[in-house]
Write a protein of this length. Structure first.
Length: 337
């Protein structure tokens, strides 16, 4: 293992820049598109900046050399780190067959993934552990997708990630800006999505273009028809305004009510309980209850034929039907005599 440090600065001061838990610090959104290529589960540090000095033999008596790196190396206190895509893009090249611990064989990058990102930027994620790269050429990846695990394949003497960016003309560019700012993370022209740079945070993106992010309360950032504060356009069992209540604001044309409230259908013996709910057409709502079927009236204290009157036939004295029940008759409920 060789020592590596920022040119002109001691290792303890110029090299280690923790990027874990930056979400706890104040952040500012920028015009950049890139996130740190790690998850927030890891503590990593910048082990070599745009230029740095290195000493391959760790011998203080031998001179160190200045390395015109033109990329950023990220190390970690542990041996390996999961690497994630710094932005959306398409896998343009990759290699995954170089055995571990093969310095310097297998080319300078070792196992790597190259991604063509938005704006024509190309990123190299290099020195990866063989067998850990799940992507293939031509595959589209999203920011935050897992790309592999760090190792020291290629021109490397210790597990780390070599993160290299080039613009559409092929010129290497520094995501920390020019001149770079490794403290705040964003010098002039910085390419980071936040300052200081942080791992990918899906809550800060508006993927469906409705003007709201997950951090703003968008409960489905894949559907532009779902956003906080909108009127519920459909009665469809979907919480379209992200208020935590499904179709809670839906109203009938004549009176407002809350879906799920109890309701009834029918009268008398046909009365059935239900709740207010959406109809299948998605544009009307009704009481989701079906009235029972009427039956011939009996002398039982129940409106059996569901006409709003109870035992009416047993109170109707008809001269045309001398044998019909009539008021004054003795009525035993259920028998009618």
């Amino acid at each position: 293992m060789y020592r590596i440090r920022q040119a002109g600065l001691p290792l303890a001061i110029g090299c280690i820049v923790s990027i874990l838990m930056l979400s706890q610090q104040s952040r500012a959104e920028t015009e950049g598109i890139f996130w740190l290529p790690f998850s927030s589960d890891y503590t990593v540090f910048v082990s070599c900046r745009w230029s740095c000095t290195y000493d391959h033999d760790n011998d203080p008596s031998t001179p160190e050399r200045v390395y015109d790196h033109q990329a950023t190396d990220y190390g970690r206190t542990a041996d390996t780190t999961h690497v994630h895509a710094a932005a959306d893009g398409e896998v343009a090249a990759m290699r995954n067959d170089i055995p571990a611990n093969t310095h310097p064989r297998g080319g300078s990058y070792g196992n790597f993934v190259q991604i063509l990102h938005t704006g024509g930027y190309r990123a190299w994620y290099a020195h990866l552990l063989p067998g850990t790269i799940p992507v293939v050429n031509g595959q589209f990846v999203h920011a935050g997708d897992y790309l592999g695990t760090t190792d020291n394949t290629g021109n490397s003497d210790g597990p780390h990630l070599h993160f290299e960016l080039r613009n559409a003309s092929g010129t290497r560019v520094n995501p920390y800006g020019s001149p770079p700012d490794y403290v705040g993370g964003c010098g002039p022209g910085s390419l980071w999505a936040t300052c200081p740079p942080t791992p990918f945070d899906p809550s800060t993106l508006d993927r469906d273009g409705d003007g709201f992010t997950v951090a703003d309360g968008d409960c489905n950032d894949a559907d532009a028809g779902i956003a906080p504060g909108i009127m519920e356009p459909l009665c469809n069992g979907v919480d379209e305004n992200c208020d935590g209540v499904t179709d809670g604001e839906w109203e009938t044309p004549d009176a407002p009510y809350t879906l799920g409230d109890p309701c009834t259908a029918g009268v008398g013996g046909c009365l059935r309980d239900g709740v207010f709910g959406c109809e299948e057409n998605g544009i009307t709502a009704t009481c989701l209850a079906d009235a029972g079927l009427p039956v011939p009236e009996m002398c039982n204290g129940v409106d059996d034929d569901c006409d709003g009157d109870t035992d009416e036939e047993w109170r109707d004295c008809s001269p045309d039907l001398p044998e019909s029940p009539c008021i004054g008759n003795i009525c035993v409920v259920g028998i009618g005599t």
